[in-house]
Design a binder for this molecule. Structure first.
Ligand code: P6P
Length: 339
């Protein structure tokens, strides 16, 4: 039984377990903030509702013939899946209904969506997200996910969109939803990492673990070895060392699935520079930053290279890409020692 699990008895008798839902967890956290207005909680609830709606769409995708591509390409030049658009619309609609949100930015939208004017005194937050990460896995019933990042609006900025270009260290919350055999939501608001599982019988995310800690080491690495020959030499040297030392390789092709496995079991996830993506493929603002925040909050490391913390990168564009090396601290060290 997971040592982090909530009051779970050794027999796992769910009947006696104190059920804490995501909503009550959020309210517990709000009560700890003397000046909280409830706006932040409302935004998290919009993300929770969106996750339930997206999960329902993902589970029925094959039945409702919403798999496959829409024929267009997103700002990344990637084929846009029908469910990418559905998930994006769900998030835009639910977040648009929350007065505290000034602006949102999505992998699927070239430009940010300004919801309220910079001088609107009620708005305090900016939300960025990848609505359906790894969506190319959908057609083969593979794991997909949603990744989100929340920043405070910078009231000193002249334009509301300027608030988006803050380093990851300024995030006030980050999380992901993994649509796998169960729907799992992992969240940090800067005081630990907590995990929730959607219980369809009550339609609520139930807290199953608090203050998750990533194992310090684990002989497992995760990257697309199909690009090995174009990796910088240091990464190739690492792979040679790892294979000589009995490491296993695990790669789902969806960052949420790979990072979730590493959060729970340990290991290291990488997206190195490649010939096709010389600066790395993953997006800083709505993939690397939120995942980096979660991994660091769980006691791991999240770097773009030796001594370069992901959360310290000063962004210049909301869709910029970055190299990613994140996971167990000892395993990240083994990689950067060879770069
Ligand atoms: P590749 C999915 O498209 C994604 O953005 C991440 O979820 C995933 O880690 C990566 O790209 C997979 O990229 O080049 O290995 O298919």
């Amino acid at each position: 039984m997971n040592a982090n699990a909530d009051n779970s008895s050794s027999t796992g008798d769910v009947g006696r377990r104190n059920i804490v839902t995501l909503q009550s967890h959020i309210l517990e956290e709000q009560l700890r903030q003397p000046h909280a207005t409830g706006m932040f909680s409302w935004i998290l609830s919009a993300l929770s509702i969106s996750a339930k709606m997206i999960a329902a769409s993902v589970r029925r995708a094959r039945l409702e013939d919403v798999l496959g591509s829409v024929g267009g390409h997103n700002v990344q030049g990637e084929q846009q899946q029908k469910l990418d658009v559905i998930a994006n619309d769900i998030l835009l609609r639910n977040l648009g209904n929350r007065q505290g949100v000034a602006i949102v930015a999505s992998e699927e939208n070239e430009e940010p969506v300004i919801l309220r004017a910079q001088n609107d005194g009620e708005t305090r937050y900016c939300v960025m997200f990848d609505p359906l990460d790894g969506s190319s896995n959908l057609d083969v019933c593979g794991a997909v996910g949603t990744i989100f990042s929340i920043l405070r609006k910078d009231r000193r900025s002249a334009r509301v969109e300027d608030s988006l270009l803050q380093p990851g260290s300024q995030q006030v919350a980050a999380g992901y939803v993994l649509y796998g055999p169960s729907t799992v939501l992992v969240l940090t608001i800067g005081s630990g990492v907590h995990m929730f599982v959607l219980d369809p019988s009550i339609g609520a995310f139930v807290r199953v673990a608090e203050n998750l800690r990533i194992p310090q080491r684990s002989k497992s690495y995760s990257l697309n070895e199909g690009n090995r020959l174009s990796f910088p030499q240091g990464y190739q040297d690492y792979l040679h060392w790892a294979q000589q030392n009995g490491y296993s390789s695990r790669y789902a092709g969806a960052m949420v699935a790979d990072v979730h496995r590493i959060l729970l079991k340990g290991g290291v996830f990488m997206y190195p520079p490649t010939a096709k993506a010389p600066k790395g493929k993953l997006r800083l603002m709505y993939e690397a930053n939120p995942m980096g925040f979660i991994i660091e909050q769980a006691g791991g490391k999240a770097l773009t290279g030796p001594g370069a913390r992901i959360l310290d990168v000063q962004p210049i564009d909301i869709h910029q890409r970055t190299t990613v090396i994140l996971g167990s601290s000892d395993e990240v060290d083994h990689v950067v020692a060879r770069l």
